[in-house]
Design a binder for this molecule. Structure first.
Ligand SMILES: Cc1ncc(COP(=O)(O)O)c(C=O)c1O
Length: 449
């Protein structure tokens, strides 16, 4: 490709130097966004007919654009859902990027699919799914939830008469990606209320299904294993019981919290997960993989294949050699072998190291909660169930929380954002980094005086 080759050697050096330096940073800088005006002033327009030298463009990235992105792998990144990829997984992401694997089907990517499926099997085994279970790595929890519920509706459409409008039962605490999914699918909701503990229970689900006049239109129920706002794990066993009684699909959104299955100290919280029809867990959240990597698993993948497999004349050859075509288990076709970085790290470190790292983050969270609880000016909202800590600063209103949060980021001390919990503005920190030192929490506690 002579149009593009002249600077390849220079770029290999530039990009690998950057990657090597970034991978060796310990810890990485937190960094922070810039305004549009600041970015325009610093780099202006970057793309023109004749291009720029690789060094110039890398300079823009290294000096301006990269520092204008918050590092989600910084131990001081405690907002939203952080990420703490192992070096092994990040390094192997470079390997995947240097390859050209279209991991849609066995014909094109047998080796990659073989390895990805072993990583999926580890997760299926943690959950106690049967040998025939399987799935695919998709881009995120949103993509996984959508693909699973499309599968569930397809199964229901074949099994029973179509109602006027299909519905899905989900808790008032379910993640926004589910509301979005149902909007995309043009499906209505049956919202099941949760109690003061935010937990969806089998009995609340049963009551909702028994009293709603249009409950027969419900084809699936979604439980959450680790709500994003508070880390609450629903009553998966109770939900699975009711789903089986009513003949509806049970899906678990464990995008954040189902990784806790790897930790023996809390595995019992997920009792019932072995009886659901599908679930999602994102290794790019609490299983130490880089973005974007979400595992979608089905108890009976044949049902998913029926719903998703794409048929086209030019795709016939992949059907002739199929052993396992990942494209068949979600709404996509072309896909990056995004499970490989996770697989490489699992294969190198072994699953015990994952167990220990998840346990470590739970211990860090308990320690952080204790430090917060011990401060007279602060009050825990509740004891953390997984790795989300919610607390209030006594006497503060929403404005003060937001100002404090912005100042902490400006000062590069920590990235902690307020949330709303039961109508009250409080602070929320998610501890997913196994190397988050207590000093970060101590500094947060001190800064809130
Ligand atoms: C419980 C839950 N479900 C779904 C999602 C969406 O996952 P993703 O952002 O990977 O699409 C998230 C993301 O934070 C989540 O916490």
């Amino acid at each position: 490709m002579h149009h593009f080759d002249a600077t390849t050697e220079e770029m290999i050096e530039l990009c690998f130097d950057y990657a090597t330096a970034r991978l060796r940073m310990d810890p990485v800088p937190l960094d922070q966004p810039q305004t549009l005006a600041e970015l325009e002033a610093a780099v202006g327009s970057t793309i023109g007919p004749s291009g720029h030298s690789p060094a110039t463009v890398m300079g823009w990235f290294q000096d301006v654009l990269a520092p204008a992105c918050i590092s989600a792998d910084s131990p001081a990144f405690l907002s939203f859902i952080p990420v703490a990829p192992t070096k092994a997984s990040q390094l192997f992401d470079v390997v995947v990027s240097s390859s050209a694997i279209c991991a849609s089907d066995w014909l094109e990517a047998a080796g990659a699919v073989y390895a990805e499926n072993q990583a999926l099997r580890w997760i299926a085994d943690l959950a106690g799914l049967p040998a025939e279970a399987g799935g695919v790595f998709v881009s995120g929890g949103s993509a996984g939830n959508l693909s699973a519920l499309v599968t569930a509706r397809s199964a229901a459409s074949e099994a029973r008469e179509r109602p006027h409008r299909w519905r899905v039962a989900l808790a008032d605490q379910a993640h926004s990606s589910l509301t979005n999914t149902l909007r995309i699918m043009d499906v209505d909701t049956l919202i099941v209320p949760t109690g003061p503990d935010d937990r969806l229970t089998g009995s609340a689900l049963r009551a909702a299904l028994e009293t709603d006049p249009d409950a027969d239109a419900v084809f699936a129920v979604v439980a959450t294993a680790g709500t994003t706002n508070s880390g609450t794990v629903d009553d998966l066993a109770g939900v699975a019981d009711v789903a089986h009684e009513r003949g509806v699909w049970a899906h678990v959104d464990g995008a954040y919290g189902l990784a806790g299955l790897a930790a023996p100290s809390i595995a019992a919280k997920y009792s019932g997960i072995d009886r659901v029809d599908s679930f999602v867990v994102d290794p790019h959240k609490w299983l130490f993989a880089p973005f974007d990597c979400a595992a979608l698993l089905y108890r009976d993948p044949e049902i998913a294949r029926h719903a998703h497999a794409q048929i086209a004349p030019y795709l016939d050859p992949i059907r002739a050699t199929e052993v396992w075509n990942p494209a068949d288990y979600a709404y996509h076709l072309t896909r990056r072998a995004r499970g490989l970085p996770f697989w490489f790290s699992l294969a190198v470190h072994g699953t015990d190291a994952y167990r220990d790292a998840v346990e470590e983050t739970l211990a860090i969270t308990r320690d952080a909660a204790a430090r917060i609880a011990a401060a007279p000016h602060l009050e825990l909202v509740r004891d953390p169930e997984l790795t989300v800590v919610l607390w209030r600063r006594l006497g503060w209103a929403a404005k003060q929380y937001h100002e404090w949060s912005h100042q902490m980021l400006r000062d590069q001390r920590a990235f902690v954002m307020p949330t709303t919990f039961h109508g009250e503005t409080v602070l929320r920190a998610v501890y997913l980094h196994p190397d988050c030192p207590p000093a970060i929490t101590d500094d947060i506690v001190e800064s809130l005086r």
